[in-house]
Design a protein around this ligand. Structure first.
Ligand code: GDP
Ligand code: IMO
Ligand code: MG
Length: 424
């Protein structure tokens, strides 16, 4: 079985939590795009793990893989491995594999991301982790691959080849070109390369073999559908393709092998960084949702902008991903709000729309049209069963399902593993 899980909104939908929940039934969990711009939270008992690179299946028996479409900062990988070791969780080559072709985030990519963002008149609000510049180099065929990181000779030869051009680029952005050949940074990367040499693998081969043997494989996305570099709200997007089809292309698995595609959908909507968010709640209500949902970035700590559920954006996410089921998260956060609003369409330049306009500048002009539903006061965090939910919460979920026309499989009412139940 091959399952793809993606975020249906602007990221931070709770992918980490749901992947951890489902991973017990999967032999392999693989990340297919993005880098340490992602922050996936997994809570087990009192322990909270914030994962930026390692797939969220790590805490179970699954083998975890980082595919060639990921951009990998080796320092962050080392920090994550150390973090797990401190918690008594052993990460070794048997547990974790990284594709030989995975692109490496170099210190100069991070520098360039920061310099470019600072000089942009209209900011994107990137995470400043060097993601965009690492992908630029991949597409320009000027990247370091994992295979080069782990081989000192190849690494130094590649640096020799690329350094003059990178130094020019940094200087052109107003930075100090010395970062490119900084001896301490080079030594550190060589040291990290040695540490990770045994982790190198062929992810496509491993996954296809596992599927041939009847094993179960899950592809875990980072970011969210509307941050997709091709179909998202450009320019306020990330630099990789975040939708389900990207899992096939990036992991090297044919689309004929996909069995199901699960959407992670928050019961409202959030966005970090710049870009349109038609249902955004500024003022007291927005602050209340932000506080109740703990909506502060896992990676950067920035406050997430919050808004009501946006059906037009969700309809587009369903079209882009071909979802077969939906896991609905953070329903508990809506407790105490009355009414609860669902944005069912927009008015845009005098027109009524039920599907988002294609261009970001037009989406920014859209005003939401709402359907109001009565709220509930009961705390949901201990609820263990769909029928146990207060009537108005049941009605809200059923209405969302009716509008989305895709079945909801799981409902999450808190960050813990146990705070999830199946909606039969
Ligand atoms: P991801 O990037 O999609 O994995 O999501 P993040 O981990 O960045 O953000 C989701 C946050 O919400 C994390 O702090 C989770 O622990 C938390 N969370 C997940 N599901 C629920 C839920 O159902 N209710 C509440 N209150 N918190 C949740
Ligand atoms: P997870 O996987 C939410 C956003 C950034 C910025 C834009 C571009 O935790 O859901 P980048 O550094 O990628 O060039 O920034 O994308 N962004 C995310 N927002 N969740 C994420 O990941 C994100 N990763 C990037 O805030 O607006
Ligand atoms: Mg996140």
């Amino acid at each position: 079985m091959f399952t793809i899980i993606t975020g249906a909104q602007f990221g931070d939908e709770g992918k980490g939590k749901i992947v951890d929940l489902l991973a017990k039934d999967y032999n392999i969990v693989a990340r297919f795009q993005g880098g340490n711009n992602a922050g996936h939270t997994v809570r087990v008992g009192d322990e909270v793990y914030k994962l930026h690179l390692i797939p969220s299946g790590i805490l179970l028996d699954s083998r975890v893989l980082i595919g060639p479409g990921v951009v990998l900062n080796p320092e962050v990988l080392a920090e994550e491995i150390t973090m797990f070791e401190k918690h008594g969780i052993k990460v070794n080559a048997e547990k974790l594999g990284v594709d030989a072709k995975t692109s490496i985030i170099m210190p100069y990519h991070i520098e360039m991301d920061g310099l470019r963002e600072a000089s942009r008149e209209k900011k994107i609000g990137t995470t400043k982790r060097g993601i965009g510049y690492a992908y630029i180099d991949k597409v320009a065929r000027d990247e370091f691959r994992m295979a080069e990181l782990v081989d000192q000779e190849r690494f130094l030869a590649r640096l020799e080849e690329l350094a003059p051009q990178k130094e020019k680029e940094i200087a052109a952005l107003g930075g100090d070109p010395k970062i490119v050949r900084d001896p301490a940074l080079i030594d550190r990367y060589i040291e990290l390369g040695k540490k990770f040499a045994t982790y190198v693998t062929d992810v496509s081969m491993e996954i296809n073999k596992a599927l041939d043997e009847g094993k179960h494989v899950m592809a875990e996305a980072a970011q969210g559908t509307h941050l997709d570099v091709i179909h998202g709200t450009q320019k306020f997007v990330t630099s990789s393709s975040t939708i389900a089809g990207s899992a096939c292309a990036n992991l090297g698995v044919g689309p004929t092998r996909v069995d199901n595609v699960i959407a992670i959908v928050k019961a409202y909507i959030t966005r970090v960084g710049e870009g349109p968010l038609p249902t955004e709640l500024t003022g007291e209500l927005g602050e209340r949702l932000q506080k109740a949902g703990g909506e502060f970035g896992t990676t950067t700590g920035r406050g997430r902008r919050c808004g009501w559920f946006d059906l037009p954006l969700l309809k587009k996410a369903i079209a882009l991903n071909g979802y077969t089921e939906i896991s609905l998260t953070k329903l508990d956060v809506l407790t105490g709000l009355n009414p609860i609003r669902i944005c069912t369409g927009y008015t845009c330049k005098g027109e009524k729309l039920e599907y988002p306009p294609e261009l970001t500048e037009d989406l920014a002009e859209c005003k939401p049209v709402y359907e109001d539903l009565p709220g509930w006061e009961t705390d949901l965090t201990e609820v263990k069963d769909f029928e146990e939910l207060p009537e108005n919460a049941i009605n809200y979920v059923k209405r969302l399902e009716e509008l989305m026309k895709v079945p909801i499989n799981y409902i999450s009412v808190g960050p813990g593993r146990a705070q999830t139940f199946k909606k039969e």
